[in-house]
Design a protein around this ligand. Structure first.
Ligand code: ATP
Ligand code: MG
Length: 352
């Protein structure tokens, strides 16, 4: 079987370290290992409009911001086809046919969408496009015969939905689509990185982020203001690890050599945690440690981004070229889909 990989990012804000550790790092690692046949990276502008219909400028402006972030993280346009969703009309047409294979009650059960609806306070004003975005996401995935989708944990229900729709389609109209799988990081704190406020997941729409493009001072400030354990007042007090944002981030980002480099008096994270739990380890010390680790990851990304920012035209060229390539593939899939349904009239009916 071919290995076709696709993932998407919404241009609703600059990328943050949750995207990096949940999705983009996996993308770059797989891309560089080379174990794939095709690699697609979609900037999901149409999906972003489902909850930003009155905020087109934001979505438009963030296409380039997201593209810069992705390229700065090491996405290589020679290896990965980076494209803009709205440039691919076949995706919208495929969505229309897939809509017939999913019920309203099934859409309402999607836990990620449910949570997002609540967060956005939609209630009765819920746009239909937002409720049905998992169907359009199914089209994004199936249009490229994707079998693997690197993503964060919140995307698991989307993949389940895509598989269900693909199965229903294949049952009704004959085998046409591959059933895709998600690749989600095993480490829980990476699969769903919590926001700097410790409340929900780090999310562009909630503004609880450390952005990849933040200055080193901003990063430090955000880390020093992080929520730890409210009962850990004096250094000698015993501290809690659960729900402690600094430890969540250490779980996600610590490297095997981080201790040797920045905190040599400890051997590993378990040792650091048990000292914190016992008492005698201050918040400032663990925050400085985390700051060193995050700065080391983000500094080269920030520098590469600055270079890319010098030539925005070139970045748009990458996106338009990628969109041309993606368009050809999606158009072929749409043809195959219509043939399976039996609405390929011009192939069936020959007029002299
Ligand atoms: P929005 O609030 O507009 O939905 P977002 O921050 O959730 O933005 P997306 O563009 O929806 O970002 O997600 C892009 C990718 O990053 C997806 O694969 C998603 O699972 C992953 N991702 C998003 N947030 C996190 C997070 N906090 N931890 C791990 N992965 C994440
Ligand atoms: Mg999201």
């Amino acid at each position: 079987m071919k290995n076709i990989i696709l993932t998407g990012i919404r241009p609703t804000g600059k990328l943050h370290i949750g995207h990096y550790i949940g999705a983009v790092k996996q993308v770059v690692d797989i891309q560089n290992a080379g174990n794939y046949d095709k690699f697609y990276l979609m900037i999901a502008d149409s999906q972003s409009l489902t909850d930003n219909a009155g905020n087109v400028q934001k979505v438009k402006d963030n296409i380039i911001e997201v593209a810069l972030d992705l390229l700065a993280c090491g996405v290589d346009p020679e290896k990965t086809c980076v494209f803009i969703q709205s440039e691919i009309p076949a995706l919208t047409e495929m969505t229309f046919y897939f809509m017939n294979l999913v019920t309203l009650s099934r859409l309402k059960r999607n836990p990620t969408v449910k949570e997002e609806i609540k967060l956005r306070g939609f209630e009765e004003s819920l746009p239909m496009g937002f409720l049905t975005y998992p169907v359009s996401q199914t089209a994004d995935i199936l249009a490229f015969d994707t079998n693997l989708v690197p993503a964060g944990e919140d995307q698991k229900p989307m993949l389940e939905q895509a598989r269900e729709i693909a199965k229903s389609f294949n049952n009704l109209y004959g085998n046409t689509f591959i059933l895709p799988d998600a690749i989600v990081p095993n480490e829980k704190s990476q699969a769903r990185l919590v926001g700097t406020d410790g409340k929900g997941k780090m999310s562009k729409s909630l503004g609880n982020c450390i952005n990849l493009s933040d200055s080193s001072d901003t990063i430090k400030q955000k880390i020093m203001n992080m929520y730890t354990d409210p009962n850990h007042i004096k250094i000698s007090d015993p501290g809690k690890i659960e729900g402690n944002v600094v430890f969540e981030y250490l779980n996600a980002f610590v490297q095997p050599d981080s201790f040797k480099k920045y905190l040599p008096e400890y051997e590993n994270l378990d040792q650091l945690k048990s000292h914190y739990k016992k008492g005698g380890l201050g918040d400032v010390k663990i925050k400085i440690f985390l700051n060193n680790i995050i700065q080391e990851i983000l500094q080269p990304i920030r520098e590469k981004r600055k270079t890319l920012e010098q030539n925005i035209q070139q970045v748009y060229k990458i996106l338009f070229n990628g969109s041309d390539t993606a368009n050809k593939v999606a158009n072929e899939t749409l043809k195959r889909m219509k043939k399976s349904i039996g609405i390929n009239y011009r192939d069936i009916i020959k007029i002299d």
